[in-house]
Design a binder for this molecule. Sequence first.
Ligand SMILES: [Zn+2]
Length: 252
Amino acid sequence: MAGARRPGLDLVRGVSHVTTGVVAGLATAPLVTSGPYETALWCAAVGGAAMWPDIDHPSATIARTFGPVTTLLSRLAFRLSGGHRKGTHSLAFAAASGVVAHLAAWASPVAGGVLLVLFIGLGLRGANAAVPRHQRINVAVHFAVATGAVLLAYQQGLTLGWLGAAVALGSVTHLAGDCLTEAGCPLFRPWSRRSYGIPLTEDRPTAEPAIIAAVNLAGVAMVIDRAGWWPVVVQLDVWATRLDDRMLQLLT
Ligand SMILES: [Zn+2]
């Protein structure tokens, strides 16, 4: 746990946030979704929402996700939340975002769809799925991909009843990542301004890649497990071992 910390540090890369969000989505998908498409959409929503608390950073790349719309949203969030890594990096914000998203999706499929487009767009931008210096193309591609995914969801009869849960889970995943940096997060704002964290990544350049590698491995293992591919993996391992033995025999 940490007390007073230097404010404003944001050392976790966007792609790391999105990765942990997607893997958190994979881990929880059996509780929420059914079928591969709904699972993919749930994971995309959680991964995108894992960028959501950084909407309080007007100069961050995700603020430019959907041009003036997200830039304005970001400036508003910066003002209302008291600055970067303040109000939006709290558990109350994660919960409130989840409740608002749930109510929006429940009240109107259009409102739920618009929010899901926003979160998928944030995820794509956060994961650096963008062409450098081609802002308009990036906005158009991200909008087309996100909107296409949502329209397909509605065409398949999905109701997005899980959108609020995805937003809350993604936001909490973001907080967990930021809590590994020296700045930590003011988890209990607005009731307390104290920041909390365990600065594992501070002054350790290899810590974040190592954590993300472990998260990725867990994700791959989950996909293999869900798809029932373990026999294939075991067979590949047997072949690789045989090939290894054969090479050794040839070399000695
Ligand atoms: Zn953050």
